[in-house]
Design a protein. Structure first.
Length: 313
């Protein structure tokens, strides 16, 4: 095979360009800290890194959702606690009302006090969350959960109706778990098929009985007290049951948060193994490539400088 001068030049130039390209690639790896700069560097590792990255991002979203869920459940638990406090207070007042020494005027004053608690309870029932949605309206969260309850002197407040639905809003907190973070008002405030709230109805009925005048033949405070205590106990038991469920969900979220954190660490370690450059190896390789490039450059200069005239004297 005949080797021409141009072939010698081309071979030398190609060697220099190849070594320069390889050295530049190594420099970019060191600068970015990534050994895979393009999928062609390692197609299998690049594909695996993409899968892990997608899983990592999904896990990060689940961690964010867990935070939202914990906040929502903490607020719900606080509201349930306030509802329980109001019911306990009304029950205590009902026990006091059973005292035979209480006069009709004292019962009237007690009715006014309990009516204030009624409206405080209604305010909680129609409270909004941080996004401006009605917390206890189920999926119908753009409208108030309850209507009615206006004062009707001299009796108790008007009937309270539930205008929401039975839906419980939820958030996906893991690939296999969707966590309910709300409770519909129909469950918390015990709404019957007609939409009437048992809890508010019980309080309103008690207020009405306390306000009956002394000469009213239907006035029967002992019976009203006994009925009110029984209905408050039923409402309290219901609220406590729901609150226990909320507490269980919060414990579950703590466990899911810990597990999600462990998964996040595993994903980070896997990505590091797949993508991160070994600086010691890369620097050693860069030094070797630089030496080879310098040798190629020197060789090219010497070869291209050869001439028949150099040997003539």
């Amino acid at each position: 095979m005949r080797i021409s001068t141009s072939m010698i030049f081309d071979a030398g130039r190609n060697a220099i360009q190849r070594q320069s390209s390889e050295m530049l690639h190594t420099q970019q790896q060191i600068a970015t800290g990534r050994k895979i700069l393009t999928p062609s560097d390692d197609p299998i590792a690049a594909a695996r890194a993409l899968e892990v990255t997608q899983s990592q991002r999904a896990n990060e979203q689940f961690q964010t959702n867990i935070g939202y869920a914990k906040d929502a459940l903490a607020t719900l638990d606080s509201d349930l606690g306030s509802i329980g406090d109001i019911l306990t207070y009304i029950r205590t007042r009902a026990v006091e009302a059973g005292n035979a020494t209480y006069t009709p005027s004292e019962h009237q004053a007690m009715a006014t006090d309990i009516e204030a608690q009624f409206h405080a309870l209604l305010a909680i029932a129609n409270s909004k969350d941080a996004t401006g949605e009605f917390r206890f309206a189920g999926y119908q969260s753009t409208d108030a959960a309850f209507s009615g309850g206006a004062p009707v002197p001299p009796a108790g407040p008007a009937a309270v109706l539930y205008d929401g639905d039975a839906g419980a809003r939820s958030i996906q907190v893991s690939a296999s778990r969707t966590m309910p973070v709300g409770e519909p008002g129909s469950r918390v405030f015990m709404v019957d098929a007609g939409g009437n709230s048992e809890m508010f109805g019980a309080i309103s009925d008690f207020i009405t009985e306390l306000r009956r005048p002394a000469g009213d033949p239907s006035r029967n405070i002992p019976t009203a007290v006994s009925t009110a205590i029984g209905r408050m106990d039923a409402s309290l038991d219901n609220v406590l049951t729901i609150r226990a469920s909320v507490g269980s969900r919060m414990v579950e979220l703590d466990a899911l948060e810990e597990l999600s954190g462990a998964h996040g660490e595993q994903y980070a370690q896997t990505l590091s193994r797949l993508q991160d450059v070994d600086y010691a190896e890369a620097i050693s390789r860069l030094s070797k490539q630089q030496t080879i490039l310098e040798a190629a450059q020197q060789s090219y200069v010497r070869v291209t400088g050869l001439s028949l005239f150099d040997y003539l004297r």
